[in-house]
Design a protein around this ligand. Sequence first.
Ligand code: HEC
Ligand code: HEC
Length: 508
Amino acid sequence: MYKKLIIFSVASVLLFACNPEPNPKPTDLSEEYYSGGKLGTTFNTTAAAYEQPTPAVEENADMAMRFKYGEAFFEKEFTTNADGIRSGLGPVSVRSSCITCHPNYGHGKRMTQYRANDYGNGYLLVVIDENDNYITSLAGMPQTQAVYPFLPPIDESGISIDWREHTDEWGNKFADGEPYSLIYPEVSITPAAFNVPMPDFYKVRLEATIGIYGTGLIDAIPDDSLLAQYQKEKALGYFQLNDAKYDPANFILENDGTRHPGRYTYGLTRGTLQNGPGANAIWNITNVTRSNRSYNYLDLAFKNGAATSLYATAMADNANIQATLGWSRDSIYNYLTSTNLKPEMSDKDYQDFMIWHRGVAVPAARDVDTKEFKHGKELFSSIGCAVCHRPKWKTGADNYTGDTLAAGKLPRYPYQTIFPYTDLLQHKLFMVNDIRTGWCRTTPLWARGLSQKVTGASDRLHDMRARSVIEAIMWHGSESSDARRSVERFRELPKADRDAIVKFIESI
Ligand code: HEC
Ligand code: HEC
């Protein structure tokens, strides 16, 4: 089935090519088709394009089998059972499965309400104080689900998302008069929705999912290359960069004691896949313990078993919970905050999950040999988009050994040329109701053009405010934005050129 799909999609690619060669094989294609390199690209461009194993996984039968086992932990719901498959959900959780937030392995879609069970609601709630610090009585990823009789820290019926119109300084018109429209979310939570103590002032933002595919390839880029990219943009002299992230003292600490600069998430909070957003989410989204995470994910005040949990205190003091469980106040508190809980996920299951995670392929680029693609690519670079959306990276020897549970067992991608279209650095675009702190990693653009086909939606930007590529670009354009110059040039281009850039972005 997989082989047939390769032949089919290469044939359809060549229909549009300028100089089709007879009997094409994938090896005859120019390197830009291989978004994830030879070891990391799939030529499946169907609705299943985001969930294919990489060639590096497929060439090893044992790994291919473990990939299949591992993907179930991403796709299926966890249960509140005490044992059996995928047990251990709760006592509080953000969602019951990864895929609810990462629909069909893609990024989430724009939502008009926040419901944990809505498939494709990839939103994390970001609840912060006036200085953009997280509220310590909530988890960094606040939960809205709980196992009875416990209460979630936030009752989601009290959350509202209102979409407002925004008019930019050009009156939402290109230089040739063509109009576009911009909308952004205003999110609020009523004080009565909180089951934990809250300060008087708090504000709420949304952060939407990024894709899963290709994060294994990003993992294989050497730290030195990230630091060199930072130095290179610093030397340009016209960007402000988040310098603190590149002070070695602030690098992210791994299980094996090594430190790495951030490369994942909008906030650049994760430095390796082995201690990355997925490795953490399988514990903190579901609250499923494992051998090296033997405690619950609760509020930030409690973090990693230290100090007093404000959430556990609120639950332990609740007379209804005491009566329903028939437990004393202290038993409830001690149960929730125990740092010695029995593992709910086995080490073997965790390894399978990580093999799957590092093994998801990037869909190949489409239409690379067409005139429009080449024209769009040229403009993308000449108006300055490619400075931040860096097309090409090279992976290193890929010998990372960090997490002892997974070290040496995962698929590897040495010396691959890949095309993620990101500098893996943060920039400030100064949008109204912007992301927490304003610093946002440049989102990889690879394969997002397949999103409509794979997930049924193609919204973009960190909170899915952009309903199209055009809207995403125009949100880069505020006066203090580091992308301002490139947007000024974009809006002055003739329509055919703007369309070519959009077509290029949808094809990479
Ligand atoms: C609540 C919804 C939600 C669930 C459930 C969820 N994620 Fe995410 N995920 C997000 C959001 C939001 C981001 C972007 C977050 C950020 O930048 O802080 C993200 C980012 C990621 C990334 C980073 C991609 C990148 O390019 O940096 C990976 C990988 C990932 N998630 C994997 C997983 C896995 C694996 C699971 C299941 C164990 C999972 N996620 C469950 C919301 C979710
Ligand atoms: C100063 C750096 C910078 C420049 C220059 C820049 N971008 Fe971006 N781009 C970003 C950042 C940062 C994001 C993520 C913003 C967010 O989600 O809030 C982004 C996001 C995007 C997205 C949405 C990605 C997604 O699917 O969520 C598109 C499309 C995009 N840029 C296209 C362009 C184009 C086209 C240009 C040139 C006109 C351009 N960018 C110039 C930094 C830049």
